[in-house]
Design a protein around this ligand. Sequence first.
Ligand code: MLT
Length: 244
Amino acid sequence: MKLFVFHTPELTPTATVADCAIAVDVLRATSTIATALGAGAEAVQAFSDLDKLLEVSETWAPDKRIRAGERGGAQVEGFDFGNSPLACTPDLVSGRRLFISTTNGTRALQCIEAAPVVLAAALINRRAVVQHLVQHKPATVWIVGSGWEGSFSLEDTVCAGAIAHGLQAELGCSLADLAGNDETIAAVSLYSQWRPNLLDLFYLASHGQRLLKLGIIEDLKYCAQEDILDVLPIQRELGVLVKH
Ligand code: MLT
């Protein structure tokens, strides 16, 4: 298995696809997707465009859908939810489809949607992702960070490093064997340094600071936890993720 980390959708190759591609948006889209599926959502359907989301979700019965829209960290007016994983409680999401559009995370999912296997990873479901990779052993794996509007983000890179670190331990392989690019090695270094203090790293991160300015602190604490959800979001049809 060769693992490649790309920091943003913009840096992800377009001429080829990996055997397995993984979108990461720790703060907060992929944390929200895993949490919604863990709380019993029927599926999560991701859109980069808010108008398209409204058009497609309009064909669903209102009691079977939740519309989640986030831009700049804040909830989009007129939507049921913003992008908080903590809003995804079983009483609100169970049996319903979450239609979601976020600033960067849903774009990352869209950029890898043509891969044969598409997963969504965050720190909270890291182990489930590692176990899937260990079981299926795809030859090439891409981890695509969402970043922020084309720029690198600490939280997505540390999650990529956490996945690579877990794979090394499970497969018993060296970083030289696993890493397909320099970004993978840098991600593992970042994780090794910050592993005991992931929340402190989020407080330093530019998007962590953006969320803190909006008064969003509980989401940061929740998203900084590792392996608390045994949920693997996997794409069943273009843009639609279900619990594996
Ligand atoms: C994004 O897609 O950029 C994020 O998930 C933003 C957020 O924290 O809601």
